[in-house]
Each structure stands twice: as C-alpha cells, then as structure tokens.
Design a protein around this ligand. Sequence first.
Ligand SMILES: *Cc1c(COP(=O)(O)O)cnc(C)c1O
Ligand code: SF4
Length: 448
Amino acid sequence: MFENNEYQAYTPGNFVSIPQLSRLSEQEKREIKIVAEVLPFKSNSYVVNELIDWDNYSEDPIFRLNFPSREMLIDAHYKRIANAVEQGSDKKEIRKIANEIRLELNPHPAGQLKMNVPKLRGRYLHGLQHKYNETVLFFPSQGQTCHAYCTFCFRWPQFSGMDGMKFASRDADNLTAYLRAHKEVTNVLFTGGDPLIMSTALLTKYLEPLLHPDFDHIHTIRIGSKALAYWPYRFLTDKDSDALISLFERINSAGKHLTLMAHFNHPIEISTQAVKQAIIKIRLTGTEIRTQSPVMKHINDSAEIWAEMWKTQVSLGMIPYYMFMARDTGAHHYFNISIKQAHDIYRNAYSQVSGMSKTVRGPVMSAAPGKIHVVGINEIGGEKIFVLQFLQARNPEWVRIPFFAKYNENASWLTDLEPFAEEKFFWQDEFEAISRRSVSEAIYQEEE
Ligand SMILES: *Cc1c(COP(=O)(O)O)cnc(C)c1O
Ligand code: SF4
C-alpha cells in the first residue's frame, strides 16, 4: 500500500542524488550546499517524494521548509560563507566561519537558557526545563535530531553531534528524581528535536517508569513531534511501529492522558494517505493529537491556509492548539512576519471556522517572561494599541491580566513593543528581578 516507506535521509553530503533535483540549476544547488554550512539541512524520501511539488519547487512551502536557500542568510553572511567554500578553504576554517555566523543568528545567551534549567539538591539537571509550574520539559539526549530539519527552526544549535547513548540512563534518572520531588508538576512534555526519532525500546525506557504510582501526580504525558508530517511511517511500517502503538496503548490504559503535540506547518502535510492512516492508528490507542505551528512568510502566511489547516485537522480528529509567532533566531528575517500580520491572519482564519477549531490560541509569542497571547488590536482614546495577555507566565499570577502595548506595525516580537500609557508593563520589574537572580546563579554555577 505504501511505496516510500524505506527511510532515506538526504543531507548536504548526498542530496545531489535526489532525482528531482535535476530541475534545479547548478547555481541553485551550489547555494543550497553553501547555506547548509550554516543552517541545518536534512530531508528524506517521504518529504521529497510525497510532499514537495517539484513542478513548482521554488514556490513550494515544503521545499522552503526543508531546503536552505540563499535568501535565508543576509547578504553579508552569505558572502562570507560562500567565499570560504568557493576558495576551497579547509573544513576546519569553514566550520569556524559557520559557527561565527551561527552565533550572530542565535539570540539566546547562555544565561537565558540556564533560566529554565531546574536544580535538585543544588545540582543543575541538564535535559530538563521547568518554567511553568505545572509542566516539565524533557529533552532526551537521543531525541535531539529529527526525521527532517525545518529551515526556520530555533533548536538548530542542538543538532550538532550530540552523543546520546551514554547519557540515556542519567537523563531518565534526572527526570524521575525531579518529578518525585515535585508533586506540583502534572505534565511532562517530551521534546527535542523529535523524541520519536528514538527507537520504541528507548522510548519505553523513558516513558514506562512514569506509569509507576510514584508518578500519580503526572496526569498528562505529551510528546512534541513532527513525525506525522515528516515520517508518518514511524507509526505504520517502521520495524518497531507496532511496538510504538502498543506503548501508546499501555500508557492510555494506565490512566494517563497521552497527547501527541503534532507540528504541522501546512495543509499539504496532512494530505497524504500515509499521514491519514497514521493519525487513525494513533487515535485508536486513545492518544489525543494536538496541533501547533508558527506562522511564517513563504510557508503559511495566509488566512486560507490556516483555516484549511484547522478544518482538516478537526475532520481528522485532531485538536488545534497554538499558532506561534516565529522566534527571533536563525533565518528569522526570511520567515518573519509582523505581529499585526500574524494577528490579521489568525483573526481572518478564526472567523471562517466553527467552534470545533476555535480551541486554537494565537498568535502566541513564547518569550522569556511567558507565553504571550496577542488578543487583538483596538483603540483607547483615539490611540491604537495591541491588547496582550499571558497564557503561561513565569509567575502564574500574571496570567490573563490584559495589558496594552503601543501599536507598532513593524513589531514582530515582544522586545519590539513599548507599554501604552505607562512606563513599564506591569510584570516587567518582577521579571527583570527574576532574570537577574537566575543569571547570577547560573554564572556562579558555571564557575564552580
Ligand atoms: C509552551 C511551553 C510549555 C507548555 O505550555 P502549555 O500552555 O501547557 O502548552 C511548557 N514549558 C515551556 C518552557 C513552554 O515554552
Ligand atoms: S521538526 Fe521541530 S525540532 Fe526538528 S527541525 Fe523542525 S521545528 Fe526544529
């Protein structure tokens, strides 16, 4: 029934062997190779054969999603890396330049990342993040890669040669030790990369311990994954796919709420026979599928795309969850749209769908102080404003108190916004105090 179920990865080393690439000019292929020195690049046989429309590749959203292109780097960066490659610099030199450019593309200083890493008995627990009281994020070290890479992804600093196996048991022990000590946590979110890149045997090692009565406070287990979009055969024909489906059944039968936080950027990703079969198979285990995506130029910047995506998701039994603003990292200038544009797309799409799709919240900025929802645009005393609220916050008391920012047509992130009619946002002083505290702790920790 399925023709492309033999997983074949395409990377900078072998992508020229993709038959469909004969449609690209030599120049285009060279550019892909050059940009791929900086941005991550990986595609696979399913994406190439079933998702991308090669007749129209240059406008195709899935092609854009997987294949780096020249415009994804600013001119200065492109020229620097292109020069190095074309002059035949050695691998080390190219890597060094690529890393310098990457640093300029990555706005997360170390302290920021440290802010969410929890401690147990004075020791930082790497592989965990605990930002909102109820939910712990867990990054299993073998899950820090994906079936294909999104060119917009903010996680790409993680995709560099992580040596997983030897940390596995330590990671799992960190997780269970932390959860035993934190009964306020009700949710665990396995994330990555893509945890479903792992074998079922490995996933079982991580997930099954949580079914023990010690973890009765964990009522929801989430798996953040793009496998449905990039490799639905993970649930259908991979050699341990049946075992994965039984694992899902066991978790649900144990009385946990298991939910796949599925990442879909475009309706094409939910159009193939393979993905539809995979969705049915997962849903039959009792697992819910919630969907989320950033809104991005060149990929999904139209209300029609979003309305279609939500409607189709609901008709396939999935639950629309978040529409995110793209993070300010990587090829942000290429994918970036303004808060105003994102809001218009959301509102227009939202007005086209029934209540079944209106579970979706957006646009949402997952920013340092919390998940900030752009509620709308309005006027107060003749002045235009953005109305905002926290859905999740570093301090839960900030949640769902509407606050106002001056309207700014070009703003594309929280940091571009200014408070309306006040010196500071109501949460700002407290947030700055929290940041100072955790950064100084983190620095102290590093010096130990
Ligand atoms: C988004 C996010 C969560 C989950 O938030 P929900 O609103 O519960 O989906 C948890 N932790 C972090 C750090 C997040 O960014
Ligand atoms: S699948 Fe997720 S983690 Fe992987 S590249 Fe895409 S956005 Fe990033």
